[in-house]
Every structure is written in C-alpha cells, then in structure tokens.
Design a binder for this molecule. Structure first.
Ligand SMILES: CC(=O)N[C@@H](CCC[C@H](N)C(=O)O)C(=O)O
Length: 383
C-alpha cells in the first residue's frame, strides 16, 4: 500500500470503532493494526512485538541522518460503555465502546506512520501502540518491561488526546501541566445483613455508603483550595442483593484527581479520615484501597513544548488553541516523567463529552491532525 487516502483513513477508523476492546484485551485491535502496518512500505520500518505485553506494538522507523529518536504514542483500548450513537458503524462488541476516541488516536498514528514509511524521516522514530490507557496503566507496564531501552531509547516523546470541545482538527496545548494525576479508590464497607423487617438486628451498609458518599462531597468543597481544584467521582456503587434483605456489604469505586501529586495526597488523606469516621459511627468495618499506577499528572517538558507551540502558532495549516489544564487523567503522565515530551489535544468538535455513550468525534479531524503532526515532526527534525 502507498500513501493512505482520506477514504482509507475513514475506513480504518470505522473498522476500529466497530471492534473496541477493553484494556489488556485488545487482541483483534492489535492484529488489525499489525496487518495494516504490514501493508505499508517496509523499506525503513521494523515492527516489534512484546511477549509480556502481547497487545502492544512498536514500530521503528530508520532516519536518514538521525540526531535523535523521536517517539509517538497512541493508546488502543476502549471503555465498558454501551454505545448509543446510532451510527451505522457502531460497536459490534456489546457493552464496549471507543467512547474516549482512541479509534481516532490510532488512525492518526497510523496516518503519521504511513507518511514516514513513504517519506523517510531525518531522525529515527518509534511508534508505540499502547494497550490499557483507561485502566491498568499499559504505558508504565511497557516502560518497566524495558521496552524503551537500547536502540528503542527515546530522546523525546509525543502523544495526543482528542477533545470534543475544540474545533475539528485544531491542536490544543499548554506549557506545564496538561492533565491531572489520578488515583483509583475502592472502599468496602462491611456490616451485617438481615431481614428488611428487622433493621435493629442488622447493620445496613446501604445507609453507611450513602452517608460516606454524602460526607465525601465536603472534601473538595471545604478542604481543597478552590484555585487549585480537585475531583472525587464515584462511578460505581454496589450493595446488597434484593429489596427485602438488608445489605451487609457495600463497595464504592471511584477516582480522585488533582493537578499536583501534593493535592492528590491531600485528598487521599481526607478521604481516609471520612471513611474511617463513617465506619466508626456506623459500627462498620472498612477497607480502603488506592491505586495510582502510572496516572501521574501529565507534565509537558518546557523546551519541547515551547517549540511545539511555536510551530503550531506559525504553521498556516494548524489551527492552534492555548488550553487550560484538564482533570482528565492519562498514563502518558508516567511516560513523560521518564522521557521528556509533549502531550496535546486534537479537536474533534462534538456536543457529547469523552466517556459518553453518544460521543461522535468528527472524522475531518483525522487528516487535519495527521497533517499538523507530520509537519511538526518534519520541522522538529530540521532543528
Ligand atoms: C483521557 C481519559 O479519560 N483518561 C482516563 C484515565 C483513567 C485513569 C484511572 N483509571 C482512573 O480512573 O483514575 C480518565 O478517566 O481520565
């Protein structure tokens, strides 16, 4: 295959959209990406599989006169969301959807790789098709497996996330922190189940969970500096079995966000206090588990990001928007804590938000994103 056309790219994106897979289970996605990359000009490229991270793929592109090795990362996993877009190419995997736009991310990465497979870059490049961004921190797993060592060591690293609030194809970025750090939290409250008619003989964890969730709302509103901000969201609550049995157990799963590690730690401490306090007042046992994994705040490197923004502002084909920090998380934050680089947004112009069942990113963002990114990378390689 030679240079991909816009129609090819749309076809690729729709295929990926139809077959979304959850973190660390992206087997058919991996196979499709591999088949697509194998159809590109192989003259400059080398494809690498990782046995301990079998859904990942790396592609090395040999530069013509390399001064450095530049990395480009895309995530490839989807979310446990039941699609409600009504699109003819809606997800064929029930309960799973590319509701965060990783189908767009992958297509853009394939488009950029395809360009450099046809037009040999000056510098070496490594494309990383990364599993498990939404959970299970695939980026950190790959790094700790030593994937970016030896010839695969990167001097700088770039990656994007789609953004429904920006015009289709626009590039958004900022110096400093782009995304929050996140910590997953699970709280188990354990009481005593019993007959619905005899509450005096049981210890109801539905009531304790409700109290806990209510009290937690005071953490961000009363214990966090409003200028700095923070988020606690519980997306899952599971308690009891049937209406007429008092629930002896409740599990509450959530995510904590802050723009600095200090803020995340502060919220974690307050959350522990609230959970322990509710447990004491309700005579319940409580187990609290936090997991940050690789979801560190996404800190853009000063020098590389200044160059990126300078390029984007003066490039006649790039519509650049200076953005605010966002409370979304990304395990690219971990990779940027090890390798200097820049994360940026690609506008996809939609009324629906990321993680929503009706997300419909505009496909016109794909060729525009590919064009801005390849133009930036070529400019970078001349410096
Ligand atoms: C871009 C995006 O939506 N990323 C996810 C990352 C999730 C991190 C972790 N599993 C957590 O839930 O804290 C996000 O939800 O921001």
């Amino acid at each position: 295959m030679s240079q991909l056309t816009k129609e090819d790219l749309i076809g690729i994106r729709r295929h990926l959209h139809e077959y979304p897979e959850l973190a660390m289970h992206e087997r058919t996605t991996h196979d499709y990406l591999l088949k697509t990359i194998q159809s590109f000009n192989q003259q400059y490229i080398e494809i690498r599989e990782i046995s301990k991270l079998p859904t990942a793929l790396l592609v090395y592109v040999n530069g013509s006169d390399p001064k450095r090795t530049i990395g480009y990362r895309t995530d490839i996993d989807a979310l446990p969301v039941s699609e409600k877009t009504g699109l003819p190419f809606s997800s064929k995997n029930p309960g799973v959807m590319h509701a965060c736009g990783h189908d767009i991310h992958m297509t853009v990465a394939l488009g950029v790789l395809n360009w450099f497979s046809e037009h040999q870059p000056v510098d070496n490049m490594v494309f990383f098709f990364q599993p498990a961004e939404e959970s299970e921190n695939g980026g950190k797993v790959a790094y700790e497996l030593g994937v970016f060592e030896g010839k695969w060591r990167l001097d700088e690293f770039y990656g994007l996330h789609d953004n429904p609030d920006l015009p289709a194809g626009a590039i958004g970025c900022r110096m400093g922190t782009l995304f929050a750090g996140t910590t997953e939290v699970n709280v188990d409250l354990i009481g005593k189940s019993g007959h619905a008619a005899y509450p005096q003989n049981a210890n109801d964890m539905v009531v304790a969970a409700a109290e806990f969730i209510g009290q937690v709302q005071t953490i961000v509103s009363r214990s966090v500096n409003p200028i700095e901000g923070g988020v606690i969201t519980f997306g899952k609550l599971d308690a009891g079995t049937i209406r007429n049995v008092i629930a002896g157990q409740a599990r509450i799963e959530g995510t904590i966000r802050g723009l600095t590690q200090k803020m995340i730690e502060h919220i974690v401490d307050r959350l522990k206090m609230v959970a322990n306090g509710v447990a004491v007042s309700y005579g319940a046992e409580v187990n609290i588990h936090f997991n940050q994994g690789g979801y560190l705040p996404v800190e853009n490197n000063d020098d590389l990001t200044r160059r990126f923004i300078e390029f984007a502002k003066q490039d006649p084909e790039t519509d650049f928007v200076e953005t605010q920090p966002a409370m979304t998380g990304e395990d690219f934050g971990y990779l940027l804590s090890k390798i200097p680089g820049t994360m940026f947004w690609l506008g996809v112009d939609d009324d629906s938000q990321l993680h929503s069942a009706t997300l419909k990113p505009k496909e016109s963002s794909i060729p525009r994103g590919i064009s801005s990114i390849t133009r930036f990378l070529e400019y970078r390689m001349t410096r």
